[in-house]
Design a binder for this molecule. Structure first.
Ligand code: PEP
Ligand code: MN
Length: 276
């Protein structure tokens, strides 16, 4: 490992092709169809995740997301249902057949999250938690790595390299917005990162417009733009009752909005020679 150059494992190969990462039979990257990943910010109850999982499945999305361990800015905000949340997520997977992505915040919680998840999420706030990156690098599960909101693209790639260098080749890069001087949106969704990451690395690239903009009204437009920019997957927060959500309700799509958005996403994918 010490003889490798920085970013060597993540680097784009001479073929110019994107690798594919398989999440329980759902293939992301390469020539695969654009994948939709949807679900609530947090798992809040058994009923909540089961009913959202059903509507996510009906929308045509292929993967369910939901946080059980939540990285909240304030220690007084809802911190997640922890293992109960993981159990409810697994139940939703068993009922719908949708693989599940959920965040692991701390290396000490990795064994328990691995027991239930199909893909591990590393949150933006942990992008440079090198201990955690090395631990998930030893996991048998794929890892969705979110870009830190103050991280450059090259720092992001080196964080992916930490995971790859431990032997885990199944890494997905997720752009989720960076901090700029612009207060109209929660963050600034850096869509130029998509073609840059795809030219610098062979890893599949995902865009999360929900956290990127933080306001549900403009999430649809930015998801369409993400597909046009070449994203291999789009991750969206959706909630059956956003006004009651225990986290990120302002950015959660209503189920009806998601249902109307999917055919438009497919049309944009088709326009650039892909499916969805
Ligand atoms: C999330 O996906 O709900 C989340 C906490 O994301 P981020 O780490 O990008 O803020
Ligand atoms: Mn969220």
């Amino acid at each position: 490992v010490s003889q490798l150059k920085p970013g060597q494992l993540a680097a784009q190969q001479s073929t110019g092709k994107t690798s594919t990462v398989d999440i329980c039979g759902v293939s992301i990257g390469g020539d695969s169809a654009v994948t939709l990943i949807c679900g609530p910010c947090s798992v809040e109850s058994r009923e909540q995740i089961l009913s959202i999982a059903r509507l996510v499945k009906d929308s045509g999305a292929r993967i369910l997301r939901g946080g059980a361990f939540k990285p909240r800015t304030s220690p007084y905000s809802f911190q997640g249902l922890r293992e109960d949340g993981l159990r409810f997520l697994a139940e939703a997977r068993n009922e719908t057949g949708l693989p599940v992505i959920t965040e692991v915040m701390d290396a000490r919680e990795l064994p328990i999250v691995e027991r239930y998840a199909d893909c591990l999420q590393i949150g933006a706030r942990n992008m440079q938690n090198f201990t955690l990156l090395k631990e998930v690098g030893k996991s048998h599960l794929p890892v969705l790595l979110k870009r830190g909101f103050s991280a450059t693209i090259d720092e992001f790639i080196l964080s992916a390299e930490y995971i790859l260098s431990e032997g885990n080749t199944n890494v997905l890069l997720c752009e989720r917005g960076i901090r700029t001087f612009e207060p109209s949106t929660r963050y600034t969704l850096d869509l130029s990162a998509v073609p840059i990451l795809k030219s610098k690395t062979h890893l599949p690239v995902i865009v999360d417009p929900s956290h990127g903009v933080g306001v549900r009204e403009i999430v649809p437009q930015m998801s369409l733009a993400a597909v046009a920019a070449g994203a291999d997957a789009v991750m969206l927060e959706v909630h059956n009752s956003p006004e009651d959500a225990r986290s990120d309700g302002e950015q959660a799509l209503f189920p009806e909005t998601l249902a109307k958005l999917v055919p438009r996403l497919r049309a944009v994918a088709n326009a650039i020679g892909r499916d969805l």
